[in-house]
Ligand binder design. Structure first.
Ligand code: DGL
Length: 264
């Protein structure tokens, strides 16, 4: 592997751009290749075999783009498929998991809430993760499928987003949660709607910056950090061939996305 090679990042859709943005901020000199599996989104209701298959396909695609490391910018794919992927590929693979540890450390009420996909909440890895903290805090979970659709359709800043957030989060607040974990990368884009519902009652836990930091440490250990001379480029791919995929990615990335979609 060479330091000049890009970092590969993927998600079921555009949610992983929240991790991509944190990586761009932390590691401005790196080239990035982002893959959004929009044609197969959402992963949150798919079976593990399909998620494994899609992830394997995408990692192969990112390897063909010359990536030096893979970031699974998707909680659902991480908790269900990272172990499998590590048996299939030698390339370093970093994932994202719900931030239960920081939430447990910061909670004063001893009750924390997690928002995630159904498939994340049902996974064995999630059960293991929660078991580690179950003596310390009471963990309440809520599957939020409508959140993913709101972000994919760029409705994340709408009044409807606030209404949906109220439906999902009010029961958690009523139960005493003082920390709300964003256990899906799409949900970072709903921060403003979620904040309106939380007010001062609870804090948001988002692991995007921690993932970028972990990636930086890993690249440093592997001597694969790209030297800081010029700002890196970012390329975007999607399994959905339509103009709106590019438009949605451009709007959430905050810059023009300069590569057309490809069908895999
Ligand atoms: N962004 C993905 C995650 O972090 C899930 C969205 C989906 O259901 O595809 O879990």
């Amino acid at each position: 592997m060479q330091r000049q090679q890009p970092i590969g990042i993927f998600d079921s859709g555009v949610g992983g751009l929240s991790i991509g943005r944190a990586i761009r901020e932390a590691l401005p000199y790196e080239d990035l290749v982002y893959f959004a599996d929009i044609e197969f989104s959402p992963y949150g209701v798919k079976c593990t075999e399909v998620i494994n298959q899609r992830c394997e396909y995408i990692v192969n695609f990112l390897l063909k783009q010359g990536c030096k490391v893979i970031v699974i910018a998707c909680n659902t794919a991480t908790v269900n498929s990272i172990k499998y992927l590590r048996t299939q590929f030698a390339i370093p693979i970093i994932g994202v998991e719900p931030g239960i540890k920081p939430a447990a450390l910061q909670s004063k009420t001893g009750i924390i809430g997690i928002l995630a996909t159904e498939k994340t909440l049902q996974s064995a890895s999630y059960a293991q993760l929660t078991a580690k903290f179950s003596k310390q805090v009471n963990i309440l979970s809520r599957a939020c499928p409508k959140f993913v659709t709101l972000v994919e359709s760029l409705q994340h800043n709408s009044d409807q987003a606030v209404t949906v957030a109220e439906q999902y989060i009010n029961p958690l607040l009523a139960a005493g949660c003082d920390q709300i974990i964003l256990g899906c990368t799409h949900f970072s884009f709903l921060r403003s709607a979620i904040e309106k519902v939380l007010g001062t009652e609870a804090a948001i836990i988002d692991t995007a910056i921690a993932v970028a930091k972990q990636l930086e440490n890993r690249l440093y250990e592997l001597n694969l950090l790209r030297p800081g001379e010029i700002n890196g480029e970012a390329w975007f791919f999607s399994s959905a061939v339509n103009a709106s995929a590019i438009d949605v990615m451009s709007k959430l990335w905050g810059d023009e996305v300069h590569r057309s979609a490809v069908r895999l």
